[in-house]
Write a protein that binds this ligand. Structure first.
Ligand code: RB5
Length: 144
């Protein structure tokens, strides 16, 4: 069965969320759309972040991808949950490191920071990079 990726955004990012959902579907991945819908004028990013946290911790989704204006609020809100390692990534290098060294399970993106083609490249790097384990596992065990 295809891996499922949960994707959510606040009102700053439904367009980028749609582009990410399309990109994931084209890659043969399953998707879970956590909202908010296009046209939403106001929303609260912690509510969407909580949905992604639940989807990842329950195993319903392998990863979460969360979009807000900067990626900051989403990464802060999701990262408070035990067992969640949320990374706000601005480029492909950060996305690779977030997976390889930090075993991130939620990727946060800023729709007002990244253009959509860079954002999709960041998503691709995140999904394509495995966790290296070893000494990085030991470091994660110190806080996680
Ligand atoms: C919403 O205007 C904005 O504050 C939010 O999308 C996000 O950037 C918060 O971190």
């Amino acid at each position: 069965m295809a891996e499922v990726i949960a994707v959510g955004s606040d009102h700053a990012g439904p367009e980028l969320k749609s582009a990410i959902l399309e990109f994931l579907t084209a890659r043969g991945l399953g998707t879970l759309d956590l909202g908010v819908p296009l046209g939403t004028r106001v929303s609260s990013y912690p509510e969407i972040a909580a949905k992604a946290v639940r989807a990842v911790l329950s195993g319903e989704a392998r990863f979460g991808i969360l979009v807000c204006g900067t990626g900051i609020g989403m990464s802060m809100a999701a990262g408070k949950a035990e067992g969640i390692r949320a990374a706000n990534c601005l480029n492909e290098f950060m996305a690779r490191m977030a997976r390889a060294h930090n075993d991130a399970n939620i990727l946060a993106l800023g729709a007002r920071v990244l253009g959509s083609s860079l954002a999709l490249a960041v998503v691709e790097s995140f999904l394509d990079t495995p966790f290296e384990g070893g000494r990085h596992r030991e470091r994660l065990d110190l806080f996680n």
